[in-house]
Design a protein around this ligand. Structure first.
Ligand code: PLP
Length: 478
């Protein structure tokens, strides 16, 4: 699927937008009956991104430069249509390909806040959480506790207690947690899943690989017999399922196929212990496009492959089809959001580099400094301006490594221009910090030309809200 681009599109910010850019060839065939819809994870910018008649970037029918004027800078701009499209593509994929029951969970660690949890739940998704704070947020957003799954490799007793009292399912990661749960009172048996490490390697950054044996998460599958024997003696625990997650930002499908047969083997083993294990959660991990070199499969392809591997393994091992769960995060929300910054100072190092600094950086987008990820940006107020320079986008933090994008082509940019970085929906706000005591940006939800604040901009007084100044330190004079 090649799009024909005029030279002016090829050499300007327009080329990154869904109308101009082509997604990865998905090859829909009659046999797959794959949908013709655009898979958000295959685009750099949200599906609604357009250039309007003022030559400015528009998302969800809202002019990005107007949004910055109204809500300030930096600003996270979340496109509701793209997020909902991704939720529906996952759900519809399971309906299309899987003959059994299924449930898609949103891995809310990607971005946990009230509005995002509410949107995911309204699309029929459950929520995967990994702390008491994420659980609290999901409950406050009105998510049904029956569809909430708690993860974590070191859940505290109080987090476990909170989860049990709320009625959510606990994905047990280790023996300490299992034994702590045995000591927690509950009117009904506590619904648990077991997280196991499948020993599957995939090609992604070391920090986001979790399925290999040397991972801090989950039980060693060699302990399965011991685990099942122990749990079958516990009347207060109902082990309803098994879980694995192999990593994040994965473009290959083979590891997910391999995972299917490994997990069905586990399922078959559990049945020998008479445990009511009927759910398999295959985790998340599907990658998204952060730059033109990224080439992830579509959501539909991912679901199809995952389902095919489970169905084939169940047939082969003569195991009834489980209720199938998955828990994507990045591929649901990553491509739905952009961050708009205002360009400030410029430093030219002759014959070496030109730095353009923006009013945010590693505190609102820690991905480049953490994972050396490469992202893309456009100048939102001059979308058709030709690229004339290669620059490096620097953040404003006191840290040399606070570089958001190294060597990117841009038009001649001036202080006050609105630089907009794509694909910032996942692991940006949720991993943000107040480094250098910089307040976190606001976030707006856009759709059909309307913008609603979903997270307020932090203020200086928010920054010291939890600080305490002991009396003896007040009014001290040197
Ligand atoms: C247990 C678990 N499930 C789901 C996810 C979501 O992964 P992704 O955002 O890559 O889909 C993660 C993220 O690392 C995870 O640790």
């Amino acid at each position: 699927m090649l799009s024909i681009q005029t030279p002016e599109v090829q050499n300007s910010g327009r080329r990154f937008l869904p109308d101009a850019a082509s997604p990865v060839e998905t090859n829909p065939t009659e046999e797959t009956n794959a949908p013709e819809t655009k898979s958000p994870n295959q685009f750099l910018f949200p599906l609604t991104a357009r250039v309007n008649s003022k030559d400015t970037l528009e998302i969800g029918g809202c002019d990005v430069t107007d949004l910055v004027q109204k809500f300030g800078s930096p600003l996270y701009i979340l496109d509701e249509e793209t997020l909902r499209a991704a939720c529906r593509q996952y759900r519809q994929g399971f309906v299309r390909y899987y003959p059994g029951e299924s449930q898609v969970l949103y891995a809310s660690k990607a971005w946990n806040c009230l509005a995002v949890c509410a949107i995911a739940a309204s699309e029929g998704l459950g929520i995967d959480i990994c702390s008491g704070g994420e659980l609290y947020t999901a409950l406050q957003a009105g998510v049904d506790p029956g569809k909430i799954y708690l993860h974590g490799n070191n859940k505290s007793r109080s987090e476990l207690q909170f989860a049990v009292e709320s009625g959510c399912t606990i994905v047990v990661d280790n023996w300490l947690e299992l034994k702590t749960l045995v000591g927690i009172q509950s009117e009904k048996p506590i619904r648990i899943m077991l997280r196991l490490t499948p020993g599957i390697e995939c090609h992604t950054h070391d920090y986001i690989r979790t399925g290999h044996l040397d991972s801090k998460f989950g039980f060693d599958p060699n302990q399965m017999d011991e685990l099942f024997a122990f749990i079958s003696q516990q009347s207060t625990l109902a082990c309803i399922g098994l879980h694995a997650h192999i990593g994040s930002q994965i473009f290959e499908l083979q590891p997910h196929t391999d995972l299917g047969s490994v997990m069905v083997r586990w399922l078959s083993k559990a049945s020998h212990y008479g445990l009511p294990v009927t759910e398999l959660d295959v985790g998340g991990g599907l990658g998204i496009c952060y730059n033109e070199a990224d080439d992830p499969p579509s959501i539909d392809e991912w679901v199809k492959v995952v389902v095919a591997s489970i169905v084939a393994a169940c047939q082969e091992q003569q195991v009834p089809l489980p209720k199938l769960l998955c828990e994507p995060g990045r591929s649901l929300i990553g491509s739905a959001c952009v961050t708009a910054y205002t360009i400030g100072s410029q430093k030219v190092v002759p014959n070496i580099r030109t730095y353009l600094a923006v009013d945010g950086g590693m505190s609102d987008n820690p991905r480049p400094i953490t994972y050396q990820s490469i992202c893309r940006a456009v100048v939102a107020n001059r979308m058709s301006a030709p690229f004339t320079q290669t620059v490096t986008i620097a953040g404003k933090h006191c840290e040399s490594g606070d570089i958001l994008i190294k060597d990117i082509e841009l038009p001649n940019a001036q202080p006050g221009d609105i630089l907009t970085i794509s694909a910032t929906g996942a692991y940006n706000y949720s991993m943000s910090s107040n480094y250098n005591r910089i307040p976190r940006p606001a976030a707006v939800l856009v759709g059909a030309g309307e913008a609603n604040l979903i997270i307020q901009r932090e203020t200086y007084s928010d920054l010291i809200y939890q600080d305490c100044l002991p009396e003896r330190l007040r009014h001290t004079e040197v």
